[in-house]
Structure formats: structure tokens, C-alpha cells
Write a protein that binds this ligand. Sequence first.
Ligand SMILES: C[S@@+](CC[C@H](N)C(=O)[O-])C[C@H]1O[C@@H](n2cnc3c(N)ncnc32)[C@H](O)[C@@H]1O
Length: 339
Amino acid sequence: LSATVSHSPAVEMEGIRLHRLLTAYLSSTAIFAALELGVFDALAQGPGTAEELAARVGIPERPARVLLLALLGDGLVSCAGDRYASTPVADTYLVSGGPKFLGRLIAHQNTHYGKFTDLAESLRANQAVTRGENYSAAFGGTDGWAVRLAEVFRSSAQLQAGELAGAAAVTGPRHLVDLGCGAASYSIAMALANPELKVTGVDSPPVAAAARACVADAGLAGRVTLVPGDIGEDAFPDADVVLLSHVLSGYSREHAAGLLRHVHGWLKPGGELLVHDHFPSLAEVPFPYQLGLIMMVNNTRGGEVHSEAQVRQWLAGAGFSGIESRAVTGISGLVRARR
Ligand SMILES: C[S@@+](CC[C@H](N)C(=O)[O-])C[C@H]1O[C@@H](n2cnc3c(N)ncnc32)[C@H](O)[C@@H]1O
């Protein structure tokens, strides 16, 4: 083996970037720990010294200093003199009870985290680290698993559903069918964005039941109906618009292409299909490139990130036309097509 060693400043900067990547786990774990200890809630009571914040969260002063400095490095707290304060991003997303609190999503990422110790083995064996058969196993498998799962989907949608509803701009008195609706966050956002829209959300029976409670919470039970079903089997020929949000990336290539063919088989002529997912080419951050690793370590029966180009090719192959793509959030994009 031989390697060409460069001493150019640009490559040395890349070396520093590489250092950032290999220590990125410190950023994630600092957030997990700060949430578990209630640091952001303590900061929401007002700025304080490390000593004061240590007392508020009930840990000794040295670990409080260490953790606050770590959070300062990532811009999650600010510091003036010796007093730490919350930053707008932390106030918005990291204080429990806030409308945009990401606590459930963060706790869920923390459950993935431990599995990544075995990533190389997972890649070598093409096997999940989690051996559970389905979502229920990953969420405790006992009573209430679908409610816990829906809470994670709802948390993740905080960053995306309103933006998708704006980008999709589905106007007028139409019927939207949200296939694999999860917590129905996208159904709800689309209904809020268009008062004339009627929505049917479809998911497996326990998830559909959990979604029904979310819809009732949002006061939309009159316009958003939840239907338990199998999206690979069921047909909704009176749909004007069909949404598939974050469904295809849980599927293998064959399964994903097959689902698009299935939808084409029952969607009425002129009907629209919206595919919202973590498409690398439509994103601003590395996450969509890396989501497949989460699919590897968890049991998603062949799930991986499918590129925008790949989805467009499957749509064309299934017979869809007028295929268009656009970015939606920094982490997701939309491919839309007409039957
Ligand atoms: C990653 S979640 C996405 C949920 C939601 N669309 C969102 O974007 O937050 C995928 C959802 O698709 C559902 N799903 C996948 N395959 C399904 C099938 N064959 N029938 C019914 N639901 C299915 C899962 O139960 C899960 O709730």
C-alpha cells in the first residue's frame, strides 16, 4: 500500500474537519445527557453560573462546568462572563413541554446510539443489531408501543410537517390519502394548511389507533379519518392526492418500487402522488446520506435511503408522468408525480 501525503493548507483543514467528524459523538451524547439531567429546563429558569446551574440540576460543579462548556462549543448555550444562558435554538427545541420540544426524537436517537458499537459487524453480516421482528419490538413490544412510536414520529415531524404542507401547496376541496401516516402529523399539517381538504390516514391497526388520538388532540377528527390497513394491499380510488412520507426509506429497493407500482394501479387518472423523504440530493446536511446506517442497525427488512433519481426512475417505470422534485426542509425533499 502506498499513499500520497499532502501538506497543503486545504488538506490540513480537511484533517481538522475529519477530527470534527470522528468526535461528533461528543455533540450527540452531550445533548442526550443534558436532556436527561434537565439542563435546558434549568437554563429556561434564567441564566446562571456553573455553580448555580449545578445546584438546579443536582450534580456537582465540575461536571456541570464540563457539560456546559461542551454545549457552548455547539452553540446550545451562550456564556457572558461566568454566566451561562440558553440560546434560541435550545429554548425552542430542547425545553420540555414547549410546542416544538424534540425530546422524544432525541431519546429515540439515544436508543439507536448503543447499537452503533456493532455497526461494522452489522455491515459485515448484513444483519440488524436489533433482532426484533417489527416496530413493536423496538418500542418495548408491550402495551402502548404504538403510542410511544407515534410520539417519536410526532417529534420528528415538528421540523418538517408544516414545511411540507407549505411546499406541497395542495389547495381546494380535495381528498388526500396519507399512506403510512404514523402519528398523522403530516395529515394534520396538510389539513391545517387547507381548510377544504379531507384527509384519510392509513397505517397498521395499532399505529392508526395512536394517530386517531393525535388527530383528536388537534381538533381535526371531523376532517382527518384514520383507517387501519395494509398500504401494500389496500386501494383508495377516490383519492385526489396520495402522500408517502418517510415510508420508502424503510423499504428495500424491490419493495419500494413495488409500492409505487401498486399506488399507480389504483390512483385515478390525474391524481397526484407526493413522495416526501430524506433525499440526499435535496438536503443541506449529511443526515440523509447517513440514515441508511440507522436502517442497517435496526430491523427494517431491507430499508435504505433511495435517491431522488432512483425514485424518479421507479415513478416513470410505474407509469407516472410530470415528475418534479424540490427541497422541503434542510433534511428532506419532495418528489411529486401525476398518474
Ligand atoms: C417512518 S414511519 C413514517 C410516518 C409518517 N408518514 C411520518 O412521516 O412521520 C413509516 C410508517 O409507515 C407505516 N407502514 C409501513 N408499511 C406499512 C404497511 N404495509 N401498511 C400500513 N402501514 C405501513 C409504518 O407503520 C409507519 O408508521
